[in-house]
Write a protein that binds this ligand. Structure first.
Ligand code: ADP
Length: 432
């Protein structure tokens, strides 16, 4: 049977003359009925370009799009895109905003009202039919956007960063509502294609994650997410899949066990955590993100970041260890993951950072110690003494300092300065 959607050798070029460049290079992709596919990748890798080609808004320079086995000509009437922010008509009520879409589909007036009310009900906007867009929160407006997209009854629903402009709670509730509609089969949608910057969102929702890279834009990984729904973000299997997707975006410079080293107390060398603050690390990644090709000579960083040689080396080592950059031939280059971090919101940064440091043997060891400790609490000194088996007293003290700083930022652990005690993030902090 034909795929619902098939991209065959899609290449897109932009610009003219000398400035002509390949934005998307030879993309082949098939999406079948029943699939929820997420498309991840750094900005500029061609995600929006692909969405525009898939929906028929743009023609590719080369290759073709097949929809249910037929070459697509012009706009695809079976596909709809939900954007980051939805343009609603401010002078129409919520219900009228949905009715407009029904009208455009040729639904007779007598049926429009009932259908619009049904759709609003479906996205949880029951009771807001007569409100105007200005009376609604951003999350509710996006819900109207979804209702309007659903009014078209798209077979292929494309989401372009559809949740990214919302606050955390609205985004989460809207994700839940969409998943429920999709899983229950109460919408005629045959497949969903979701473009996102949010790696966790992709693993939480999709059955398959496609990772793109840029220069030129192309697919570098395509993996199935076979976790049952509803997914739990703290489930070890969820974290494992999340970690693998991150690793794909990060690219590995060394086999992982060499790069990461051993845990304290284990056979093998324990790799010291680089003595680097989150602020410095963010600064480095933001700086690289501004550079042409996201790259610079390592020696130039001393001047650019106004740091000494040793701090620069610690910093580049940290960026490499966490998969945010690669170093070769004296150049440091941001990875897709590093770029995602540099461009992410504060919350998304924390989330990315947490997933990355959770892989480090020293952090893993520390979290395991905390978990096993009485009431999930450990004295800073206990940790320091344990680390003195591996490091000099001075280095052990610095390791504890970094582990606390990184762990707190990532919200993996808490620390009480007055009692010098580390806590499990979930443990209640009670005075000793
Ligand atoms: P993404 O959605 O992954 O951020 P885009 O598809 O927007 O990527 O862009 C891919 C590349 O093509 C980028 O280098 C971007 O600057 C370029 N590009 C996108 N649209 C145009 C356009 N209309 N004209 C010229 N260049 C474009």
């Amino acid at each position: 049977m034909a795929h619902l959607l098939e991209l065959q050798g899609i290449t897109q070029k932009y610009g003219r003359g000398d400035r002509r460049f390949t934005a998307v290079d030879n993309v082949n992709l098939a999406i079948d009925e029943g699939e929820f596919v997420a498309l991840l990748g750094p900005s500029g890798c061609g995600k929006s370009t692909l969405l525009r080609i898939i929906t028929g808004l743009n023609q590719p320079a080369e290759g073709q799009v097949l929809y249910e086995g037929q070459p697509l000509r012009g706009v695809n009437p079976h596909a709809t895109i939900v954007f980051q922010t939805f343009a609603l008509f401010p002078w129409l009520t919520v219900q009228q905003n949905v009715e407009v879409a029904l009208k455009a589909r040729g639904i007779p007036p007598s049926l429009r009202t009932v259908r619009a009310i049904d759709l609003l009900d479906m996205v949880g906007l029951d009771g807001f039919e007569t409100a105007f867009p200005r009376e609604l929160s951003g999350g509710m407006r996006q819900k109207v956007g979804f209702a309007r997209a659903m009014a078209v009854e798209p077979e292929l629903l494309c989401l372009d960063e559809a949740f990214s402009a919302l606050d955390v709670l609205s985004a989460e509730s809207l994700r839940g509502e969409l998943l429920e509609l999709w899983m229950s089969g109460s919408i005629p949608t045959k497949a969903i294609l979701m473009v996102t910057h949010n790696i966790e969102e992709a693993v939480f929702m999709a059955d398959r994650v496609i990772v793109m890279d840029k220069q030129p834009g192309r697919i570098v990984a395509d993996r199935a997410i076979d976790l049952p729904h509803p997914r739990q973000r703290k489930d070890p299997r969820f974290l494992e899949v999340l970690d693998r997707v991150y690793a794909t975006l990060a690219g590995q410079t060394q086999p992982e066990h060499i790069e990461l080293g051993a845990a304290p107390g284990e056979a093998g060398v324990t790799r010291a955590l680089p003595f680097v603050s989150i602020g410095e690390l963010s600064g480095l990644l933001e700086f690289l993100d501004e550079m042409p090709n996201d790259r610079t000579d390592v020696y130039r960083l001393e001047q650019e970041l106004n740091l000494g040689t040793d701090p620069v080396l610690q910093l580049t080592e940290a960026a490499e260890l966490l998969g945010f950059a690669t170093i070769a031939k004296g150049d440091i280059t941001l990875t897709s993951l590093g770029e995602t971090f540099a461009e992410a919101s504060i919350l998304a940064r924390k989330e990315i950072f947490a997933t990355r440091i959770r892989r480090l043997p020293t952090i893993k060891w520390l979290l395991a110690m905390l978990k096993a400790a009485d009431k999930g609490r450990l004295d800073r000194d206990v940790v320091r003494l344990a680390l003195e088996l591996e490091f000099s007293p001075e280095d052990a003290a610095r390791q504890v300092e970094i582990a606390i700083q990184w762990g707190r930022y990532a919200e993996l652990l808490a620390y009480d300065d007055s009692t010098e005690t580390l806590y499990q993030e979930t443990a209640v902090s009670v005075p000793a």
